[in-house]
Write a protein that binds this ligand. Structure first.
Ligand code: ADP
Ligand code: ADP
Length: 218
């Protein structure tokens, strides 16, 4: 059973023609799918459809995940500046009704898992770009989503930070094995992290190909 599936999905923006499609694609539990392709190829549009932030113009998006079982991490971290790192990570748990003490304990664990033990009380402004992205990843994972969507999560970071973050994402994946769909321009990153790669083309956006990577996941 897939978590989300696209059936002949198309997105047309008025006056701009086809942004995506027709695309058929399904996301299986626990898989790591990379969406690669040129700028304007429809990758972000596909991600917004997967997140339920947008509806297709034609075709159907079917999902078996409930609201709250999908987490999204955007390229620019969207942390609340007035809250500490720990409070940011605890927030989705507290909003879900968890007691503050337990939410903070779990947030501390999640921060430790991405190498940020000791940063609990720091404010976002005091964090580097890579650290802020790690906090965003911890916040996304603390609710143990079944589907994690990452929109070019490492694009703004330097090469070395990208690599350690890719390893952090894989380490987080090991804990609860959510399906992960991530958008990237970086084919090397896709090959390193993904179990499947979907290539979206520009113009009349469509899937140019889907490559199954045979190498086992790390
Ligand atoms: P990618 O993420 O691969 O760069 P996008 O999904 O952002 O591609 O965009 C695909 C196409 O749709 C582009 O031509 C883009 O300009 C257009 N587009 C994306 N979002 C919108 C929008 N909200 N309104 C109008 N056009 C859009
Ligand atoms: P990326 O290429 O990094 O995926 P884009 O620049 O395509 O990002 O899109 C950034 C934001 O701008 C998205 O929210 C998208 O919906 C919006 N957008 C992109 N192209 C257009 C457009 N032509 N008209 C209106 N909004 C757009």
């Amino acid at each position: 059973a897939s978590l989300v599936s696209f059936e002949d999905v198309e997105v047309v923006y008025p006056g701009r023609g086809l942004a995506l499609g027709p695309v058929s694609l399904s996301i299986a539990p626990g898989e790591i799918l990379a969406l690669v392709g040129p700028s304007g190829g429809g990758k972000s549009t596909a991600l917004r459809l997967l997140a339920g932030l947008e509806q297709p113009t034609r075709g159907e998006v079917r999902r078996t995940t409930r609201r709250g079982e999908t987490a999204v991490v955007f390229q620019a971290p969207t942390l609340a500046p007035w809250l500490s790192a720990q409070a940011n990570v605890a927030l989705p748990l507290e909003l879900g009704g968890m007691a503050k003490r337990e939410a903070y304990d779990r947030a501390a664990e999640a921060l430790a898992r991405v190498g940020l033990a000791g940063t609990e009380r720091m404010r976002p402004a005091a964090l580097s770009g890579g650290m802020a992205m790690r906090v965003s990843l911890a916040r996304a994972m603390v609710t143990e989503p079944r589907l994690l969507l990452l929109d070019e999560p490492f694009a703004a970071l330097d090469e070395i930070t990208r690599r350690t973050l890719a390893d952090d994402v894989l380490a987080l994946w090991e804990v609860s094995k959510p399906a992960i769909v991530f958008v990237t321009h970086n084919v090397e990153e896709a090959a390193y992290m993904a179990s499947r790669v979907a290539v979206l083309t520009r113009g009349p956006g469509r899937i140019a190909g889907i490559a199954q990577i045979d190498a086992p996941l790390p």
